[in-house]
Design a protein around this ligand. Sequence first.
Ligand SMILES: Cc1ncc(COP(=O)(O)O)c(C=O)c1O
Length: 435
Amino acid sequence: MRGQDLYRRAKDIIPGGTQLLSKRPEMFLPENWPAYYASASGVKVTDLDGRTYIDMSIMGVGACVLGYADPDVDRAVKRAIESGAMCTLNAPEEVELAETLCGLHPWAAMARFARSGGEAMSMAVRIARARTGRDMVAFCGYHGWTDWYLAANLGDSSGLDGHLMPGLSPAGVPRGLKGTSVPFLYNRADQLKEIAEKNCGSLAAVVMEPQRDHAPCPGFLKEVREIARKAGAVLIFDEITTGFRMAPGGIHLIHGIEPDMAVFAKAMANGYAMAAVIGNADVMQAAQSTFISSTNWTERIGPVAALATIKKFIRDGAAVRINSAGSMVQNGWKRAAKMAGLEITVGELPSLAHFIFERDDAIALTTLFTQLMLERGFLAFNQFKPSLAHEDKHVVAYLAAAQECFMIIGEAARAGEVESLLKGPVARRGFYRLT
Ligand SMILES: Cc1ncc(COP(=O)(O)O)c(C=O)c1O
């Protein structure tokens, strides 16, 4: 397998093997995941051995919301390349994109841009700290690789457990940041309230995704909004994964709660490098009182791709299609599990669909699912991030194959034979050293 051969070379020369934990082949199917792509278009991915799969997994880690190599976005990008992707002067599309994002989120008045989610979150937290003159951040969930966030694991290495990525190591993060980032759990406004009361006058920001695995309890987001306001802290909604999936813009638009800032990346430019921090004028003006500046934030492809993506997302009603494909898959998983005698839990958001086998050896079962689905021509995992390119015919074919695989898994699980059916090791999740 050429992909696995290349990955072995990669592990010798690239620490960690890949640039993103979630793209490590060990996360899916150790020793047998195709690992690299030769080309991708629509929902089809061709690997280095020339095998083509339908991607019913994470679609570029949630970035390719319109499908791979979307012709409309790519046409706009090619035009941008032909007219010069970089210049001494600024790209005019920046202004149009700022106006578009603020138009979609009427509570926001200004925008700044970056090129990846984690750096945009760092920018947002810096602006919030500059605005308030305070250091401390209360957060919930995963927000990227940078120091402000990993500081939560200084001293207590379990600080980030329960926030999507257990075991993230803060090695290399200055010890002096200890105590500057404090976690609270989703739907636990009482925990946030306690942090805010204990740190009266030092809380700079409250950072969270408005929704991820669970729907907010009635009144939760409203209470968070009130706690942040009362504490004089900036409320930052991280919409890097939730934005431009459920709705044209942030998922907070559906919940009707206005933050002070919101951060977008991933889906906003269909996989081209682009990220945005939007906010109300009062908070965003603080970006002028601190130094936030980078050469590659001024290139033209990102804003052009974002404008084309947003335009098509709205024109083609992508949110409706994404939610419908996600719901079909969620219901199909439930049916298939019932028929196979397997207990699964299915996450609530159709646009970020996922399931968990309710067993201690859940990861072994998921590994087997990936292996069996790969043999049937699908990139599959226990997550499905739908895109506009996923048509009913893809979903129907996928569910027929998934049903067959669940039956095999159910029988293997009852016979205690799951691991013996695997052609390689069980997948590994979370953060750990590779070599
Ligand atoms: C909610 C959330 N915030 C931040 C990030 C980090 O974004 P990036 O990987 O673009 O740095 C992610 C990535 O998965 C995310 O899901």
